[in-house]
Design a protein around this ligand. Sequence first.
Ligand code: ADP
Ligand code: ZN
Length: 635
Amino acid sequence: MKNFSKKSLKKSFSKNIISFVLLLFAVVLLFALVASESFREVEEITLNRLAREINRENVEKIEVVGSTINIVFDDETLGMAKREPDISLFESLRNWGAEESKIRDVEINYEEEQDWSFMLTLLIIALPLVILLYIFRSMFKQAKGGAMQALDFSKTRARVFGEEGSPKAGITFNDVAGQEEAKEELKEIVEFLKNPKRFLGLGARIPKGVLLTGSPGTGKTLMARAVAGEANVPFFEISGSEFIELFVGVGSGRVRDLFSKAKKKQPCIVYIDELDAIGRARGAGLGGGHDEREQTLNQILSEMDGFAQDSKIVVLASTNRPDVLDPALLRPGRFDRKIILNLPDKKARKNILKLNVKGKPLSTSVKLQEIAERTPGFSGADIANLANEAALLAARKKKKKISQKELLEAIEKVLLGPERKSYAMSKKEKELSAYHEAGHAIVSSFLPDTEPVRKISIVARGQTGGYTIKIPSEETKIKRKSEFLSEMAVLLGGYIAEKEVFGEVSTGAANDLERASAYARKLVKEFGMSSLGPIHFKGEKGHVFLGKEMGEEKNYSEDTAAKIDKEISSFINEAAQKAEKVVKEKRDLIEKVVKELLEKETLERDTYENIIGKKSSSESKSPKKKESKGEKKKK
Ligand code: ADP
Ligand code: ZN
């Protein structure tokens, strides 16, 4: 029901208004014309006078229209007179003294009366009706697109590629950077689709369903298309969320339709994006309302079970939440093969960048390697986005080529959202923000096991009032406890600085606290880094996904829960103390940084290091894993 949105309605409405006004205009114009026609300057004369003129043989022609007599005189001038009712013209002229023979000489025409007043009444009644009808019709037209789609129960809206006449998928493994393991696994599928007979002849069982999992933007859709492209087979793509419609039964109807279409095009690939939208564990929901999803899911399962032994359809599906999928989907003969797509490493990021800047003019200053180094934690989609943002930035600056500067700026934009230069912070807010960010930066610079600060800014960006970016180190999978503690201390640095300087804290630190607490919780519950020992405590995960984890049992007692909470708060306190110590000792440096920040708003690494008079502790740091998006943002 996409095109039935409020916005488009509004648009069509204003369009209607315009055409309505135009119509009105036309009508008024018409009236004016008609009116001017009938009110042309004509002298009205009495019947008496007309009779006299007839006697003088001055009248050439008389036209009788209703009760009006139009007269054309011999000298071509016009006149008019009113006719007497209930008596013929001839009679009345004779009564007024015109001679019979003279009357006969005049050419007299009788014309049907055109009753304008009747027409007018008709128009007044009909016009609003016509207009209303018109408006309704065009609104209905708008609605029809959406409504028909909902009413057209069983048709899939699957997009097909790779068929004759449809846009070729045209994507091969070469268009997917990195993901070598996944490609290796998928090659078998490609081979099968290319030459199904060979496999079927040997009685080999080819997986019917392959589940592509990985965080959003890791290229699952891209990979699925590449498989179709490599094998050169049609590709039916549909998103799980598209199955879910207004009416129960629509989803399963669509599934049936999709598969019956696919069967006609064998060998082919059916790709279901966002499988978790329909494939969530059944019966896990809170309350009812799952009939539709359940039916759809059942239909998918029965379609897959119903594949004949020699079926040449491979179903690929993607999800970023494999943990919430219904176990029935993962049984043998269904999505029994799982392929994981990882976030790209440095090399892959560089390659994705290369693919995405193809066709974009780059200046010689561009070093993709540096961009790849600065973007750990970015997904393929983030990088594609980055390349696009850089092009937009360059275009905005009216440059002919994209330079390194735009690419670096684009990293920050993708990471933090656009700068909100227009957001006017009050002086007080700016000061608060400056102390907060300086707190993060200084704590980071004077604690071991931290990363060097690359940039501090109090320009509002996205949701944040300011930010501190540190040079990210390449993601390694292992992180030590001391690194966690330093990281937490840096996160609390903003909070502590605010408290130290203003005696109270602001809401600006909420996000920092949330992240620091999450670290602490992980240290205790998952990494066994607390005094509770090497135990993994399960349960109460961060996100409750429609009941699945809400009902999940904790695997520890209430007693232990209390201990865990105590450990968590002791970690937080430890980190806070570390941060406080630095903030107190380096208060003078904080003041200097704040002064500079208030003046310049943004400090780059060199300026910052000059102020604090020391190279950041990059030498002392050891490789460590980055959480979330590579470059850290601190509010
Ligand atoms: P997902 O389906 O996993 O959410 P997509 O396949 O939609 O991700 O990826 C979005 C975009 O990100 C792709 O269109 C592509 O431009 C880019 N992308 C992601 N991963 C890669 C990769 N490995 N190589 C090249 N481009 C990639
Ligand atoms: Zn902060």
